[in-house]
Ligand binder design. Structure first.
Ligand code: FA5
Ligand code: MG
Length: 427
């Protein structure tokens, strides 16, 4: 079985996307299922929840330049190197990212466009785009989702510090008057989240405060409905984080329906990234926010696959400019099938077995009919040391009833390919 993996015939034809040709190499791991998502552009659809949320957030940053049509194909340099990701960063792995080839990939985050945007002279911009990551399969994970990157940089020699101070005072007053509780223990510089050596600590503190005030205001706009009508105060939590191109760095969580929801990562942009963009004399902040998780709670959308539905019963429920509650149409029955196999040991395997490769194969065969894939059992054979894994594949369509035959056909293809391509032995 291990042998058959290396013997597998890999396609050699180049990958053609959006009219451009990318020669295949050992990095190429995009699948047709993934490439078929590129033309959807959900964020540009004005009455789709993702488009509605984009417009709402854009209205909070009305004076910023809004960019919405950058191609998802970027260079590895843009996605990782320009931002200072170390060579061994896990995000770079073939198991985590989609590559066209060694030099080109599908962006894993909107930060991939920061350096080029700074280089082009942009100072305040908001950039919305589809991003791609290889991941597990469940109700809140999908290999494509949407992010918004917000950046604000300025040249301190142009009176910008005074403007920042003035804006901070205004925003501070507005937040003080609002029904919001901000839990922030990251207010001052700490040993684990230091300011940059290049920065005057007074200015660094001011930039970080400007970032926080802007985002607390945004959170209030998005989630503050109930709080503003005399309900419980809105709770926001600021947590230390690390990103290779920001210092200090933070993550923001919002309490919604009794749970903390992580909505974004952000920080003060490192001077090294600005220098790489040819604007080392500027300073400022950046954030990157995920749209799906916010849309799921604001519109009560129970499954992330629904965003991709082309069913009128989903699409017709939403109106431009309006946050409304999704009313589930009938939920179709689920059908599950288990698959149990021996994972090849390191010596047997030509390539080390990785769960995300299995997830990708399942997505490729089952598409959006697979609701989730759960590892339900795992054990190691006491003598051979081989590992057995049992996964439960839950099949359910968002739009119709599935027949047992249809599900069996998909499951059979999964078994066939997992055997032929991954060097596993189905039990
Ligand atoms: C980033 O992607 C950074 N680029 C954010 C950033 C920008 C930091 C600018 C500093 C400066 P992270 O991987 O944590 O960070 O993702 C950011 C947000 O995207 C998360 O907070 C979450 O809201 C959303 N997100 C991340 N992974 C997923 C996923 N698999 N599905 C849905 N949303 C996700
Ligand atoms: Mg994160």
């Amino acid at each position: 079985f291990a042998r058959s993996y290396s013997a597998r015939t890999t396609p050699t034809d180049p990958i053609v996307v959006e009219g451009k040709t990318y020669p295949r190499d050992a990095f190429s791991n995009v699948t047709p299922t993934i490439l078929s998502k590129l033309p959807r552009r959900l964020h540009l659809s004005p009455s789709h929840p993702i488009g509605i949320l984009r417009t709402l957030i854009e209205s909070h940053f009305a004076s910023f330049k809004h960019l919405n049509s950058l191609s998802p194909i970027v260079t590895v340099q843009q996605n990782f190197d320009d931002l200072g990701f170390p060579a061994d960063h896990p995000g770079r792995a073939l198991t985590d990212s989609y590559y066209l080839n060694q030099t080109h990939m599908l962006r894993t985050h909107t930060s991939a466009h920061e350096v080029e945007s700074f280089r082009s002279g942009l100072e305040q911009f908001l950039l919305t785009a589809d991003v791609y990551r290889r991941d597990e399969i469940d109700r809140s994970h999908y290999p494509v989702f949407h992010q918004m990157e917000g950046c604000s940089v300025f040249d301190p020699s142009t009176g910008a510090i005074e403007r920042l101070e003035k804006e901070n005072a205004e925003m501070r007053a507005a937040l003080k008057a609002a029904n919001i509780v901000i839990e922030d223990e990251t207010g001052e510089e700490t040993a684990t989240n230091p300011y940059q050596a290049e920065h005057d600590p007074r200015v660094a503190r001011m930039i970080a405060e400007h970032l926080k005030n802007n985002l607390n205001g945004l959170v209030l706009k998005l989630f503050g409905g109930r709080a503003s009508q005399g309900g419980e105060p809105l709770r926001v939590r600021w947590i230390e984080a690390t990103f290779p191109w920001t210092a200090p760095s933070y993550e923001v969580e919002v309490m919604f329906n009794g749970k903390w929801l992580e909505i974004l990562g952000c920080g003060v942009v490192r001077q090294t990234a600005l220098e790489r963009s040819g604007v080392g004399h500027k300073q400022g902040w950046a954030f990157g926010l995920g749209l799906e998780r916010i849309a799921m709670v604001l519109f009560s959308i129970p499954d992330i696959r629904l965003f991709w539905s082309e069913d009128a019963r989903f699409l017709s429920q939403f109106r431009e400019g309006e946050i409304s509650t999704f009313k589930p149409y009938s939920k179709y029955p689920e059908c599950y099938k288990d698959i149990t196999f021996w994972v090849p040991t390191k010596e047997e395997g030509v390539k080390e077995w990785h769960e995300n490769d299995f997830m990708e194969l399942v997505r490729d065969e089952g598409g959006d009919l697979v609701e989730s894939v759960q590892l339900i059992d795992e054990f190691t054979h006491p003598k051979t040391g081989r590992k057995s894994r049992c996964y439960r594949l839950n099949y359910r369509s968002m739009d119709r009833s599935l027949s047992n035959e249809e599900v069996n056909r998909i499951q059979d293809r999964v078994i066939e390919r997992v055997t032929g391509e991954m060097g596993v032995e189905v039990r």
